[in-house]
Design a binder for this molecule. Sequence first.
Ligand code: GLY
Length: 360
Amino acid sequence: MDAKTLHVDAGGGYDIVIEPGVLDRAGELIKAALPRAKKIFVLTDSNVGPIYGPGFVASLETRGFMVRTHVIPAGETSKCAASLVGIWSAMAAFGMTRSDGVAALGGGVVGDLAGLAASTILRGVDLVQMPTTLLSQVDSSVGGKTAIDLPEGKNLVGTFYQPRLVLMDPKVLSTLPLNVFMSGMAEVIKYGCIWDREFFDFLAKRPTRETLMADITHILYTCCDIKRQVVNEDEHDTGLRMILNFGHTLGHAYELAGDYVRWSHGEAVAAGMVTAATLGVRLGVTESDVPEKIESILAPLGLPTHIACDAECVERAVGVDKKGSGDHVTLILLEDIGRVKPLKIQKSDVTELLSGALGG
Ligand code: GLY
């Protein structure tokens, strides 16, 4: 496994370092990226903290940083306002100044929370992302979206706040449960679907965790390179960035149908990509063999290709029942593998349009 670096222009500009073992030399790289910082506030969770926290903190302390570690319970329920208030208080008690920094060591929940806390405490301090799940490495750690959930819905409060550095250690993926690793693979495959047919074919030849891990640096690099190009062009999600939602509209409906418990985000996106492709074929937008190609890359990885869901969940997922939220929804479809085609449709047409694709 070799090392690679990418540069994102958005925000003040920052590097994504993809390197096996990079967590062991995190202190050195963070010192270079945050030269004025004396204190680093580390946010992690109860799964990741005990495994990777001590080595990471030691690496920071060796470089002279004062470190305070704040551990939240692992899981989506931590991504809430009460956790954020607890983090703000811990940051204040640590005596952080505006030249100090925040480091997120964990998956998407930790990264989103740390980002929101960093963007708001003292009106903004520097942030370093150290994503430890495949999903957060290829998606949430890059691009500057931060968020917490409200009882009314997921990711309803947040900011755009780019990190100063992203450190991605592929070795940490070896401690992920298989289903969590494969959930991340749904987002990896999404990049092949929307942007890069060659990458899709490359992934199709690697139908196991072992074969994927043998080329994981290249896989992380390719996904982050695509995401960085999209974010550089549309940092604030007003245009191109919507293509990253391929499979997500239906995916959100499937997550809702399973009360966010039955299906993980990646599993729901996997089936959502097949449904979007099937819909595209029905609309004459998508080549007829695309749904089968996506199914045959997902199935060997144990990812679902179809999830039962009623029209009400679809309507809620696209906001049909939300007053004043606009008349249209943009569905992300494909013309072919590697060629994306956003399609704006009336919300009132959504249910009818999707009933066939849902198998209803
Ligand atoms: N996760 C999609 C985005 O960053 O825009």
